[in-house]
Design a protein around this ligand. Sequence first.
Ligand SMILES: [Zn+2]
Length: 336
Amino acid sequence: MAHVQGDLVVGVDLGGTKIAVAVADTEGRIQARQSAPTPAAAGPEAVVAAIVALVQRTVAGLALAGTRLAALGVGVPGPVETGRGLVWTAPNLRGWIEVPVRDLLERPLGVPVFVENDAKAAALAEHRSGAGRGCQHMVYLTVGTGVGGALVLDGRLYRGASESAGEIGHMILQRDGPLCGAQHRGCLESLASGPALARAARARLEAGRPSLLRDLVAGDLERLTAHHLHQAAQQGDPLALAVLEDGAAYLGQAIASLADILNPELVVIGGGVAQVGEMLLAPVRREAYRLAFARAAEVLRIVPGELDAAAGVVGALLVGLEGLRGAPATVQWPPG
Ligand SMILES: [Zn+2]
């Protein structure tokens, strides 16, 4: 890409329920942030129109004399062909099959648009502006409703031959295990995501085991989520602690394998379930260090993400900034 042509870059984090937008100057200083609900059920055109409206509103709200939009980065929840800015599928968005997001956004906005998978964008955020600053080889894991992942190797996002690398959540750990969202059996996501942990807790409760969890959901086990597990575990509930330990052990197992294969210096864990904190991370580390080869384990650190829920939108900003500049960039975080 040639020189910077304008003053503002926009990052768009497209999620299944929410569109988050951030605007930064070309030095990566965030000037504004906004979000709006995703009209996910209304199809790709409605979602694209909602993005355009939110971007225009956010940029107009800045009302800075002499500024203009120079580029846009978008993180989308599905596999992407970055060269064409095409989204292959997005399971949480109805009707998203081979959607040319780049072209659909460039037309109304009139600036270059760069599209990236959301987990890869979030990994970029942690690497450039968060827990991974300065490291060369980093594995990123996001543990929430699903388990996502991405790899930064030799300081760069690793995409693989068809840009599908980094699906750590679908590493298979149990041959006849439970089903995941992508209909695999026994992958990490099926064993350690928020819904997987809730399901494991429910099975133990249905077997009659005592636990605070029953009170936390007023007896309605269908309502049980990882959030309740965290609450009960904080109060020392043995069942909740055991379920979290199990989930952590699977995460640790997967990380040990990744450490042996890739020899990263850092594993960054983000996402909602990761907000459980040390109660989850301590057993993850114990298992990873126990199982990995000593040479891989001795250089490995396993840390929580620093950007939390903002990783997606900061990553999208970086996708826009780096697309425009053709070189690594940083976003100043936390914003000043
Ligand atoms: Zn899977």
